[in-house]
Write a protein that binds this ligand. Structure first.
Ligand code: GLA
Length: 671
């Protein structure tokens, strides 16, 4: 009989047909639940079926980078946003002083340049023109005409112009549904849209082609944040829908359940918006920020449509919530790169457990966000920040890591619930950034090795402390640090790359695009810290995994967060992905060769499925393996890629196995 833990795991991966057997008590015939039953060899596909499978599943090489490449976000956007500071109590003066403060505090020179208005700016949607009206009582300069309809009288242009005159950029906020978030959640706000049911429909739903030209062509904004409350919180049975006479909307998004979320409808809307934004911005000077809080599997498709996408719910100023938001993005390095960023939410330095009495936590927050290439949007009244806090968000080294042009998000070189080590490849060969993160309340000792850094162990490695608390450190092979509770140490690293003439793919996440991830059944990622929800405490349902994405490709780890192992051997370097996947790799360095050791990972759920690995260079097949099964020896492959611009790595099964095959491109490198 299987140990109970294993039974649970098996139950959680089997198909619906046998799910009933798993729902109740422990089965009397546990052998029926072992993976072997559903992992019988299934019939092999013939040539024609294989060709069809590759074509239908987007597994054929496309010879082009398919992630979103429009917009002005080659490095993570930096700036200020009104929400964490003021919620809906926003006004012109607060906005313009925030802009002036960015300049006066030297923050603009460091790269903070977006001044983003969040929720609370609108008065209503004028019915005769369907145009939006600015709440001019709080934005006096928006009143441009004494005559005309309400919408004709107001415009954000004068305020946007003032922001531009300061050398900064301006951002606007909206919702992809009919209503905004404050209309569902901030009901005591003085600045909620007013008027009839229709006048209060200020969101984009049904109005994309009206509102987007207004925001960008007429008013001149440069950035848009697009929330999703309108698709989520206006159910006919929700008390506020009736009480506030909102038009009911059958939710597309179920915040807590991916199966009940209408992913296609959500993506359709965000895609329509993506197209409208490109059209309204011929100069390409825009940033498109999706804010649907990690729902609807956006962690996988956000990069196809937008410049940044929220990977989690709102960050609130507690340590537990910080861990949650950080975890939602940290294992997703392969999804981010120049122009497309994981967004664990805006900075909350200055508040709660990140205020001047919590400098260790505030430093950790800023370090972690910088390392994982999060957009850096200050959410505080800057004049009220202590000098120490201003210094934290001004740290030039961390900002340079975050803004490094190569755009590689840090990868976890070591992980545990206590300590994590994050390593970020910088643009200049031989330079990296490393962060050692103590997640808990126990002081801990941490070893940093040359292997973590993928640097030659027998050559000197130089570490420069970004906070300048420690003298420069030179070491070979391994060194050791003591971390205080919740402390994050961060260093700029200079050393000799482990690969004399190349790089591991897992050092280059910004150059990889996940064209197909091979996931067939969406499941929440159980690896995200489960914080207590401050809105409901423990009175409501338990805190569980929220965000789909479990099984997505990972670097230096398997898709299910195990160490990469082929045939019993551990590989510290590699890309793991499910079979029936395609990865696009930009060969920006003009390398000539690709090599990897490929096979089914020891953690693979399917063991009887044959998997073929193929490598394409600019669309031409340069390598294909014979079918490999679980017990086959891994195969070392090399491919001549002759400076091709785009390499594609395809792994596909030759059958219709029910269980997913975990594969590894271990030691994958370009050289
Ligand atoms: C949502 C977003 C926040 C903020 C508010 C505004 O909660 O996630 O960042 O924009 O809406 O109401």
């Amino acid at each position: 009989m299987l140990p109970q833990k294993l039974q649970i795991r098996v139950c959680s991966v089997i198909s619906l047909a046998v799910l009933n057997a798993c729902s109740g008590q422990v089965s009397k015939k546990p052998e029926a639940l072992t993976t072997t039953k559903i992992d019988q060899p299934s019939a092999l596909l013939n040539e024609q079926q294989i060709a069809k499978k590759l074509a239908n599943n987007n597994l054929l090489p496309q010879a082009k980078w398919s992630a979103f490449s429009a917009g002005n976000a080659l490095t993570p956007p930096m700036g200020w946003n009104s929400w964490n500071a003021f919620h809906t109590r926003i006004d012109e003066q607060k906005l313009l002083s925030a802009a002036q403060n960015l300049i006066d505090y030297g923050l603009a020179d460091l790269g903070y340049r977006y001044i983003n208005i969040d929720d609370g700016w609108w008065l209503k949607r004028e019915q005769q023109t369907q145009a939006l009206v600015v709440r001019s009582s709080i934005f006096p300069s928006s009143l441009i005409e004494p005559e005309g309809t309400a919408a004709e009288k107001t415009s954000f242009k004068p305020i946007v112009d003032k922001i531009h005159q300061l050398g900064l950029k301006a951002g606007i906020y909206t919702d992809i549904g009919q209503y905004s978030c404050s209309q569902a959640w901030n009901l005591s706000s003085p600045n909620l849209p007013e008027g009839s049911q229709r006048e209060r429909q200020v969101g984009l739903y049904g109005h994309i082609n009206k509102d987007i030209p207004l925001f960008f062509e007429k008013w001149g904004f440069d950035y848009i944040k697009v929330d999703a409350c309108g698709l989520t919180f206006y159910d006919k049975d929700r008390p506020t829908t009736k009480e506030y006479d909102y038009q009911a909307f059958e939710p597309y998004i179920d915040f807590e359940n991916i199966n009940r979320t209408k992913i296609d409808k959500v993506t359709d809307l965000y895609e329509t918006l993506s197209t409208a934004l490109v059209k309204a911005n011929p100069d390409n000077d825009f940033v498109y920020a999706i804010c649907n809080w990690g729902t609807a599997n956006v962690r996988a498709w956000g990069k196809n449509l937008s410049n940044q996408w929220r990977t989690s719910g709102d960050l609130i100023p507690t340590w537990s919530r910080l861990l949650h938001n950080f975890d939602s993005a940290v294992s997703r390095a392969i999804y981010a790169g120049p122009g497309t960023w994981n967004d664990p939410d805006m900075l909350i330095v200055g508040k709660g457990e990140f205020d001047e009495n919590h400098l260790v936590e505030a430093k950790s927050h800023f370090t972690l966000w910088s390392m994982i290439n999060a957009p850096l949007l200050i959410g505080y009244d800057i004049t009220k920040l202590s000098d120490e806090l201003v210094n934290i968000i001004s740290n030039p080294d961390l900002i340079s890591f975050n803004q490094d042009p190569a755009g590689h998000q840090a990868v976890l070189a070591y992980t545990s619930d206590d300590i994590q080590i994050l390593v970020k490849t910088l643009n200049k060969r031989g330079e990296k950034a490393v962060a050692l993160f103590n997640r808990g309340l126990t002081p801990l000792t941490v070893q940093l090795t040359a292997e973590h850094l993928k640097m030659a162990a027998d050559k000197n490695i130089l570490l420069q402390d970004v906070w300048q608390d420690l003298e420069n450190i030179t070491f070979k092979n391994e060194t050791e640090f003591h971390l205080k509770p919740r402390q994050t140490l961060a260093f700029k690293v200079t050393g000799t790359p482990e690969l004399a003439t190349g790089m591991y793919l897992s050092e280059l996440p910004g150059q990889i695009n996940v064209a197909e991830d091979g996931i067939t059944a969406l499941r929440p990622d159980p690896n995200v810290h489960r914080m207590i929800d401050m809105l409901t405490n423990s009175t409501r349902i338990s805190s569980r995994g929220y965000y789909a994405g479990w099984g997505g490709p990972r670097l230096d780890s398997t898709v299910y967060d195990e160490n990469i192992r082929l045939d019993g051997q551990y590989y510290p370097n590699g890309v793991s992905v499910l079979a029936n996947s395609r990865l696009e790799v930009k060969n920006l360095q003009g390398f000539n060769h690709f090599s990897a050791t490929v096979g089914l990972d020891d953690s693979s759920l399917a063991k009887n499925s044959p998997v073929v690995f193929a490598v394409y260079a600019d669309g031409k097949k340069v390598k294909q393996t014979p079918a490999l099964r679980f017990n086959d020896k891994p195969l070392k492959i090399t491919a001549d890629i002759k400076q091709a611009k785009l390499i594609e790595l395809v792994a596909y099964t030759l059958d219709h196995a029910q269980l997913p095959s975990v594969v590894a491109w271990a030691d994958a490198k370009l050289y």
